[in-house]
Design a protein around this ligand. Structure first.
Ligand SMILES: Cc1cc2nc3c(=O)[nH]c(=O)nc-3n(C[C@H](O)[C@H](O)[C@H](O)COP(=O)(O)O)c2cc1C
Length: 179
C-alpha cells in the first residue's frame, strides 16, 4: 500500500463552533491510519459569495481554497442538512471549486453526523459527481451525533464509533494512494 506522505483535506459544512460535523472530522484527524494525514480547511466562512465575474482576478481566499484542494490527495467532507439541503455557505464553497482545473477524479469520502440528514447527503453526492469527483462509498459513513452530542475526544473514546471511522479511513487510504 502506497500511503506515505498522502494527505486529505477535511472540510466541514458547518460554521458552528460546537459543530457535530467538525467534531467528527477532528476525531478523524486523530484516527487516521499511518501514512494518511488529515488536515482541516477552516476558511469556508471567509469565502466571498460565488460570482463567475471574479474568476479573472480570484480573491485571495478563493485562490487559497483552490490551491489547498489541489494539493490534497483526497477530500473528507462532513456536512449538515439545513431545510432538506446543504448549507448555503458550503454549497458556495463547492461552487468556487467547479472552475478549479484539478478537481476531476478527486477522491472524496463523505462523513455524515446525522442519520436524519438524507436529502443533503443525496444532493451532496449529485453535486460532487457532477463536478467529476470520485465519491468513495466504502469510505463514507453515517454516525449518530444528533442524539449523542459528543466532542472529538469523546468520539475517539467511543470504541464503536472510533472503529467505524478508522475502517472508513483505511478504506479511503487505498484510493488516495492511487497515482
Ligand atoms: C436552520 C436549520 C435547518 C435545519 N434543517 C434540518 C433539516 O432539514 N433536516 C435535518 O435532518 N436537520 C436539520 N437541521 C438540524 C441540523 O442538521 C443539525 O442541528 C446538525 O447537527 C447541524 O450540524 P452541526 O452540528 O455540524 O452544526 C437544521 C438546523 C438548522 C439550524
Amino acid at each position: 500500500m502506497r500511503t506515505a506522505g498522502r494527505h486529505v483535506l477535511a472540510i466541514s459544512g458547518s460554521l458552528r463552533t460546537a459543530s457535530s460535523n467538525t467534531s467528527l472530522l477532528l476525531a478523524a484527524e486523530r484516527l487516521a491510519p499511518p501514512g494518511l494525514r488529515i488536515q482541516r480547511f477552516a476558511g469556508m466562512g471567509a469565502l466571498p459569495h460565488f460570482n463567475p465575474d471574479l474568476e479573472a482576478d480570484l480573491p485571495a481566499t478563493v485562490a487559497d481554497l483552490r490551491a489547498t484542494v489541489d494539493a490534497a490527495n483526497g477530500l473528507l467532507i462532513s456536512c449538515p442538512e439545513y431545510a432538506r439541503g446543504m448549507p448555503g455557505s458550503f454549497k458556495n464553497l463547492l461552487d468556487w471549486l467547479v472552475g478549479s482545473p484539478n478537481f476531476h477524479a478527486k477522491p472524496v469520502a463523505i462523513f455524515n453526523a446525522s442519520p436524519r440528514a438524507s436529502e443533503a447527503q443525496r444532493s451532496l453526492r449529485l453535486v460532487l459527481t457532477t463536478m467529476s469527483a470520485l465519491v468513495i462509498e466504502d469510505a463514507s459513513i453515517t454516525v449518530d451525533l444528533l442524539t449523542r452530542k459528543l466532542g472529538p475526544g469523546a468520539i475517539v473514546a467511543d470504541a464503536g464509533m472510533a472503529a467505524e471511522i478508522a475502517t472508513a479511513l483505511t478504506n479511503f487510504s487505498e484510493f488516495v494512494a492511487k497515482p
